[in-house]
Ligand binder design. Structure first.
Ligand code: SAM
Length: 673
């Protein structure tokens, strides 16, 4: 279900063109990275402000009803494009004192203060939900007089405390929080050590939100949700997309993140200076409206321009909501959300929850079960559409973003046979790796190869390979005749699409219908001659006091053809195998596209070249002793001997053409989104 609520008061208004763009006399900080901190590139900050204006209208600040808070303001890139007259309604807080000083110079009419959003006043905020933190005292800003000291416990300036306590005030949260993960190496610096293990993180742990609480931006979002869910708020958030699409965040989405989508855009993380081009990911700016779903009564109020007076939830429970029966135990499942019964509270917009009698019923924690609590089924996934912006912040398309059900993942579609037989574990194509702490050294009966395939997102493209034994670390499965066809589809789905910043975190999905035999055959041929097919043949491999023969079940051609190539009799030490490999037999039964046939034609020539030069090639370096050598071994040997360069380059061309044939079908079958 797509939740879109457009409040009339937030609708676009016509206003005079923006004349008030600030020119600062102070330092103009245009760099996008400073001391390990990523600053929003200014043209994306400007774009964000354009989106905000198109939701609120250009003169949103003129009524004096709005307050804007950036609680990770850094050097204030996000506020750079705010009209001068709006600044007196702005609260800018940030972690580091030197940034605070910079902000004070740059935005003299804004209220600037040092504030650790993940630690300060957390006790105050979570007091009602059993929060167990000691409250700390207010730090007096230089020049601030004592009488301005806020109520005990508050570290925010008195002006802001008053605004937070005023239900008439509407809020704009404009923020680009840090994206680091709590225990990442980059967090050792003085500026970050204090935020890695925060009170907010502890509170998230107490709510069993799991791994997601390691992400600092999610910690910010968690607190924002608790602090502003019941205030009329427009949240403009820069962040990665994981909180919206990753399955790990399901509980966070169900229990914590409740907001209605307004608009937004997505751009590449490599626009932030100093980031890696190879590990890029999508960064989104999204405008969210809170509370997520105003009740019909509230919607009516809003239409009449009234302020909050009714609960934000529908006064009638939706059809699938059933109050627990009398006397029945109120057991809430993991995927349940707690809602108050009709008339449960009237506390929206009341800043100090202590004074709100019905607060106990609000899903502040989502876990406290009251007698008159109703249970609602899991929320529908949010599907949203974001504008795609290029590096110049120009729109180049639209991306649909939605969380996928774990059961639809391609990684769940492939059968995983039980691995019971001990076999030498592979670290790479030719290396047996037995020194892992947690070595995986078992294969299934009928083993053909193992498929290394951890994760289910395209960002794992490089962690994809076929190996001729179990992969030493976790994240691989045995390929057998039973799942071979699925294995080549999974391999091709992970390797054929180019991993770009835009699809980097997209999930691969199970096919939406039966696959055509030609598509399966094409995926097999493409996979067999991809560089990550690292299946090999090795002789006399010792492992745990036993000697193993590693047979290449992925050899692509019938043995008869091999015998004809070169002088077979001279290949004296070849294994005495006259049977075809599993794959050679399988391939003879397939109907293939012209492009796949072209790949087989050129590879036949390459194999012929290899066998013709059997005696002169540096085979030992690649462990080749037998005819059923793997594609990896053959290719490496030829490259090493500088033989067949033309054929290999021709193969690359044809292999790419086959990729072009497969790619649209991956989209068509819904495997790639
Ligand atoms: C991604 S930068 C964004 C800075 C700036 N708003 C911009 O867009 O360029 C995140 C900022 O959050 C600040 N920060 C990190 N942890 C914080 C915390 N716990 N409370 C407040 N600010 C924090 C950092 O110092 C940094 O300046």
């Amino acid at each position: 279900m797509r939740i879109i609520t457009i409040l009339p008061i937030l609708s676009r208004q016509k206003s005079p063109s923006r004349l008030g763009v600030l020119c600062y006399n102070g330092r103009m900080d245009t760099a996008t990275r400073r001391g390990g901190v990523f600053l929003t590139p200014l043209h994306f900050a400007e774009k964000a402000y354009e989106y905000l204006e198109s939701t609120l209208g250009k003169d949103w600040y003129q009524s004096g009803d709005y307050r804007l808070w950036d609680m990770a303001a850094g050097t204030g890139h996000l506020e750079h494009f705010l009209p001068k007259d709006a600044l007196k309604y702005c609260y800018l807080s940030t972690l580091e004192q030197k940034d605070v000083e910079h902000l004070r110079q740059k935005f003299p009419s804004a209220t600037v203060f040092q504030y650790n959003y993940l630690d300060d006043d957390v006790a105050e905020l979570f007091k009602k939900s059993g929060g167990h933190f000691r409250m700390s005292g207010w730090r007096k800003p230089p020049g601030e007089s004592e009488p301005n000291r806020p109520k005990p416990g508050g570290l925010r300036p008195p002006l802001m405390q008053n605004d937070l306590a005023n239900p008439q005030i509407k809020w704009i949260i404009l923020v680009n929080p840090p994206y680091a993960t709590a225990q990442e190496a980059g967090l050792k610096g003085a500026s970050k050590s204090g935020v890695s293990d925060t009170k907010i993180r502890k509170q998230m742990h107490a709510e069993h939100l799991g791994e997601v609480s390691r992400e600092l931006y999610v910690q910010f979002l968690y607190r924002i949700m608790h602090e502003f869910q019941h205030r009329e708020t427009l949240l403009g958030l820069f962040s990665p997309l994981k909180y919206l699409i990753s399955t790990n965040y399901q509980k966070f989405r169900d229990n914590v993140f409740h907001a209605a989508f307004q608009s937004g855009f997505v751009f590449s993380s490599d626009n932030f200076g100093g980031t890696s081009k190879t590990s890029h990911f999508p960064v989104a700016f999204i405008l969210w409206e809170m509370p997520a779903s105003p009740s019909p009564a509230r919607a009516q109020d809003l239409a009449q321009g009234k302020r909050y007076s009714a609960p934000p939830w529908d006064s009638e429970p939706p059809p699938d909501v059933q109050p627990p029966r009398q006397g029945q135990e109120n057991r809430v499942r993991d995927d349940d959300i707690l809602l108050p019964l009709q008339g449960g509270n009237n506390c929206n917009g009341i800043a100090n929850p202590e004074h709100c009698p019905g607060l106990g019923l609000m899903p502040l924690t989502g876990r406290i079960l009251y007698e008159d609590t109703v249970v609602q089924k899991k929320r529908e996934p949010i599907e949203i559409q974001l504008d795609i912006l290029d590096t110049a912040a120009q729109k180049i398309g639209i991306k649909t973003v939605k969380p996928e059900n774990r059961n639809d993942f391609l990684s769940r579609w492939i059968k995983r046979p039980r691995a019971t037989v001990i076999f030498p574990p592979f670290g790479s194509a030719l290396t047996i790796k037995s020194d892992n702490v947690d070595t995986r050294n078992r294969i299934a009966e009928d083993f053909l190869a193992s498929l290394m395939c951890p994760g289910n997102e395209l960002q794992n493209q490089q962690q994809t390979a076929f190996l001729s034994g179990p992969q030493a670390s976790a994240g691989a499965l045995s390929v057998t005749p039973d799942n071979f066809e699925q294995a080549v589809i999974v391999f091709a789905a992970r390797r054929v699409p180019k991993d770009t910043w835009l699809n980097h975190v997209d999930q691969l999905l199970r096919p939406n219908r039966e696959l055509s035999p030609q598509f399966i055959g094409d995926c097999a041929v493409w996979s067999l001659f991809d560089n990550k097919n690292q299946t090999v043949a090795l002789r006399n491999v010792e492992y745990q006091n036993r000697v193993y023969q590693i047979v290449n079940h992925f050899f692509p051609f019938p043995m008869e053809e091999v015998m004809k190539a070169g002088n077979a009799a001279q290949r004296s030490d070849r294994i005495n195998r006259h049977e075809n490999s599993f794959v050679a037999d399988w391939l003879t039964k397939q109907t293939l596209s012209v492009e796949a046939q072209a790949v087989l034609t050129i590879t036949r020539e390459i194999y012929r070249l290899f066998f013709t030069n059997w005696d002169v090639l540096p085979r030992a370096e690649f462990g080749i002793e037998t005819d059923d050598a793997g594609w990896y071994q053959i290719r490496q040997t030829l490259l090493h001997a500088k033989l067949g360069a033309d054929l290999l380059s021709d193969l690359k061309h044809r292999h790419d053409q086959l990729r072009e044939t497969i790619l649209p079908q991956l989209y068509n079958y819904g495997i790639v989104n």
